[in-house]
Write a protein that binds this ligand. Structure first.
Ligand SMILES: Nc1ncnc2c1ncn2[C@@H]1O[C@H](COP(=O)(O)OP(=O)(O)O)[C@@H](O)[C@H]1O
Ligand SMILES: [Mg+2]
Length: 238
């Protein structure tokens, strides 16, 4: 369980997040929706310790992590997988090598065990045929699949995805969304996705949070959001 209480963050005099309160339950897929600039990515970065709040707290599994040292965050992040827009693949490594890399860095597994594990994950994301390819030889959708494989290969119980469908056509967007959902369920992960892609967020999320100018204006299931009488929400999810 991730609990965020009273989180506020400004950059200079630009208030980006205002008194954000949210609980993310174990095993759920939570989508953070909102227009560009609403504060979604900044919020997500607080959950992985890349930003520290000006006010408020972040608690993960009962532990207050708000003011952990960078060293402690490094430890904590080993149990988190993330699929970031920029956090792309290493261009000079094949898909196989990219996915194997976290295992080589953070575990003492033998090459043979690493191969078994990587093959299994690549099969799960449908990339076994592309194992020997380099990122430059992959389509946008395949790159996202490879990045997802790398994000989950260490067995992280929490996955963060920042705009996983951005830059993809509608079909690829749907594919990667469904893959995130399948992967999340299969590995029993808690998954937090930021997105402005309403249809795909509705498809795969258990609950959704809507940010507007750094404030949460709605939290609930798809049905609950659809029943909202708030004009902005109606427009946004239409
Ligand atoms: N490192 C930073 N320094 C200053 N301003 C930032 C920084 N990161 C984000 N912002 C600002 O915070 C606001 C929210 O950004 P962001 O969370 O990236 O929005 P989005 O909802 O599109 O993900 C934007 O106005 C952005 O310019
Ligand atoms: Mg963003």
């Amino acid at each position: 369980m991730i609990k965020v209480r009273g989180l506020s963050k400004s950059f200079g005099d630009h208030v980006v997040l205002k008194d954000v309160n949210v609980e993310i339950k174990d095993g759920e897929i939570l989508a953070i929706l909102g227009e560009s600039g609403a504060g979604k990515s900044v919020f997500l970065q607080h959950l992985i310790g890349l930003f520290r709040p000006d006010q408020g707290t972040v608690e993960i599994d009962g532990r207050d992590v708000t003011h952990l040292s960078e060293r402690s965050w490094l430890e904590l992040r080993k149990n988190m997988g993330y699929l970031f827009q920029q956090g792309a693949l290493y261009d000079f490594m094949t898909v196989f090598e990219n996915v194997a890399f976290p295992l080589q860095e953070h575990t003492s597994l033998q090459a043979r065990e690493i191969k078994v594990k990587v093959d299994e994950i690549l099969e799960m994301v449908g990339l076994q045929e592309a194992a020997r390819k380099y990122p430059a030889e992959l389509s946008g959708g395949m790159k996202k699949r490879a990045a997802l494989a790398r994000a989950v290969v260490l067995g992280s119980k929490i996955i963060f995805c920042d705009e996983p469908t951005s830059g993809l056509d509608p079909m690829r967007s749907r594919d990667i969304s469904d893959l995130i959902q399948r992967t999340s369920r299969r590995l029993k992960c808690t998954t937090v996705i930021t997105s402005h892609d309403v249809p795909n967020s509705f498809r795969i999320a258990d609950r959704l949070v809507v940010f507007r100018e750094g404030v949460i204006i709605a939290v609930g299931t798809q049905q609950e959001l659809l029943a909202s009488s708030d004009q902005f929400i109606k427009e946004f999810i239409k």
